[in-house]
Design a protein around this ligand. Structure first.
Ligand code: PLP
Length: 407
């Protein structure tokens, strides 16, 4: 990949040439092609969708529905199985709340110890409200999902298994397809919900192949705008999902006696969506596809290997890297601690002294940090197509400076 040329796709690097952005797990940078599409909507056909009988509204509606086609094609899903939301968090909450009436106190819901809060709390809350049993599958010492123990938690009363495709802390890639098959062999009625927030920008997703029941992701992790998410669900399950948002655009008929809802996907899309964001999402997906996921993965593995080796060579036993050692089992992120230096201090000094942007804290995974990893916080670097080995060199140099200052 020609990274110099890729960097030129982003105005942010033109404005700040020294920026080393290593926080793509939190949000990816947005290429000009996507911001241009956002502006195109506002400057050329700014109108609400599916409402006006005039040209701009028709054009906006067509572009919006074109994005649905692009997402459906990207996921290998049917058109009506793609619902636009405001992000992964919204999608997962819509699934959990929308399933409430299908859960009883004899059921159980299984999640994993490596979930982001967005795929943990909604299920925990659902169990609290319905008195269903909340079960958490552990991870192994090397940061992999303990699939044997997970399968032991699945029984005839397991209504839902909600798990992340890629951990935003450990980088672990979970074998979703294989797990789906094994879970189905134990209980064919267990609904499998996949949080694809961290995998969507790194590997090809194929919902038909994986055979999950629901899947969620955010466009802002895939070169797209913030405030746009996707909720994929198999048609049969989306049809049974209670809409948690009701209001404009999702109804068929409203009388003072009752309301009937529209067909999918509109019944789950109440109110005015982030029209510009959804429209610009088609460009974000086209941009990701222009590299090809094999190339993206190859580049990411190269950076992961280079960064891991450099951390170990330069800091030896002082650095603790969380997650699997085998790079083939991990994706875009490396979380670490360095001596007793507080991760927030590490991140602040890196920013201040070297203009290197990394993440610090618990990365919305408090149970994982406090109960499993037994650490208060970690620092995290994560990569995307615009990162180079030189970025990693700058980060390592910066980390040496951090160590000097804090030791
Ligand atoms: N799930 C995972 C694994 C994540 O990493 C994130 C965000 O970092 C989310 C869910 C939540 O995504 P959003 O904040 O876009 O809703």
């Amino acid at each position: 990949m020609d990274i110099d040329a890729i960097k030129r796709d982003y105005d942010i690097f033109t404005r700040d040439e020294s920026l080393i952005y290593l926080d793509s797990c939190a949000t990816s940078l947005t290429p000009r092609i996507v911001t241009a599409k956002l502006l195109e909507y506002y400057n050329s056909y700014n109108a609400n969708i599916a409402r006006g009988a005039y040209k701009a509204s028709t054009k906006a509606t067509e572009e919006f529905e074109m994005s649905r086609k692009v997402v459906a094609n990207f996921l290998n899903a049917q058109l009506e199985e793609v619902v636009f939301t405001s992000g992964t968090t919204a999608s997962l909450n819509m699934i959990a709340h929308g399933l409430t009436s299908q859960i009883s106190n004899t059921d159980n819901i299984v999640v994993t110890a490596m979930e982001h809060h967005a795929n943990f709390i909604p299920w925990q809350q659902l169990c609290e409200h319905t008195h269903a049993d909340f079960r958490v599958a552990p991870i192994t010492d090397d940061g992999l999902l303990d699939t044997d123990q997970l399968l032991e938690l699945i029984d005839e009363n397991t209504k839902i298994l909600a798990l992340t495709h890629v951990s935003n802390v450990l980088g672990t890639i979970n074998p979703i397809k294989e797990l789906t098959q094994k879970v189905r062999a134990k209980n064919q009625n267990t609904l499998i919900v996949v949080d694809a927030a961290q995998s969507v920008a790194h590997m090809k997703l194929d919902v038909a192949d994986v055979d999950c029941d629901f899947l969620a992701f955010s466009m802002h992790k895939l070169f797209g705008p913030t405030g746009v998410g996707v909720l994929y669900g198999k048609k049969e399950h989306l049809e049974k999902l209670t809409p948690i948002f009701t209001g404009g655009e999702m109804i068929q008929e409203v009388t003072t006696a009752c309301t009937t809802f529209r067909e999918l996907p509109h019944r789950l899309e109440a109110g005015t969506p982030h029209i510009a964001g959804v429209i610009a999402s088609q460009e974000a997906i086209a941009y990701a596809k222009s590299f090809g996921f094999e190339k993206i993965r190859e580049h990411e593995k190269e950076l992961l290997t280079y960064c891991t080796n450099n951390l170990v060579e330069n800091f030896g036993d002082d650095i603790k890297i969380f997650g699997p050692c085998d790079i083939s089992l991990r994706s875009g992120a490396i979380s670490f601690t360095l001596k007793n230096h507080h991760p927030h201090d590490i991140a602040t000094i890196l920013d201040d002294k070297k203009n290197v942007a990394i993440r610090a804290g618990q990365h919305c995974a408090m149970p994982l940090h406090l109960e499993t990893l037994k650490t208060n916080a970690t620092a995290r670097v994560s990569f995307s197509v615009y990162n180079t080995k030189a970025d990693i060199d700058a980060f390592i140099d910066g980390l040496k400076k951090v160590d000097e200052i804090l030791s």
